[in-house]
Design a protein around this ligand. Structure first.
Ligand SMILES: [Fe+2]
Ligand SMILES: [Fe+2]
Length: 197
């Protein structure tokens, strides 16, 4: 894992965004496994999944809005409508994230909002990956350089927001790393416990 940062620094802009999409999708999928748990069971785990997904999404959206979308607008001047729609969808997701962050995993309405957020993100990601990204690939942009600035901005935002993504545990000595590492351990053992019931 120590070289994960180096690997992501080498990803081009689209690979970096698709990697984010996959990671966030994974968090929503894990959440689904615990969605119908009896009241009070796995609330801590659900809360951590909610916190991780919301943090990842906020950073991802900000990097797209600050760096990726403006670069795409410059390269594809005829695609304003596509970019406008994407930004409106971001605004909707951010509203929902703010409501989710005001609640907690022991409230069924917060869990319902999080599930709807997952559906919303699914739709948005599908549009980016099947419509926007193929057009961007054809536009001959410098996606390598763009990916590098996006990766750097992500690191800055993570530091600003105090976020350690759940799957980035460079070394167990650094603060907070152990907590995030144990999120996966707890998901695995909670899933096993449910399956064996
Ligand atoms: Fe987006
Ligand atoms: Fe995206």
């Amino acid at each position: 894992m120590a070289n994960k940062k180096a690997v992501s620094a080498q990803m081009d802009a689209i690979a970096l965004l698709m990697d984010d999409h996959k990671r966030v999708k994974g968090l929503f999928e894990e959440f689904k496994k615990f969605e119908d748990s009896p009241e009070g069971e796995f609330d801590d785990l659900k809360q951590e999944l909610i916190d991780s997904a919301c943090a990842e999404l906020k950073i991802h959206a900000q990097v797209e809005e600050e760096i990726f979308y403006p670069a795409v607008r410059r390269a594809l001047p005829d695609e304003d409508a596509l970019l406008n729609e994407a930004e409106v969808e971001h605004a909707g997701a951010k509203d929902l994230i703010a409501q989710i962050e005001d609640g907690s995993a022991d409230d069924p309405m917060t869990c319902a909002r999080f599930t709807v957020l997952g559906e919303y993100i699914d739709h948005h990601v599908k549009e980016e990956e099947t419509d926007m990204f193929p057009k961007v690939r054809k536009a001959h942009m410098n996606l390598g350089a763009l990916g590098k600035s996006m990766s750097e901005r992500k690191e800055e935002l993570k530091a600003e927001m105090g976020v350690t993504p759940y799957d980035e545990v460079p070394d167990f000595a650094s603060n907070g790393a152990e907590k995030r590492a144990s999120l996966w351990e707890r998901i695995t053992s909670a899933t096993t416990a449910r399956v064996s019931r």
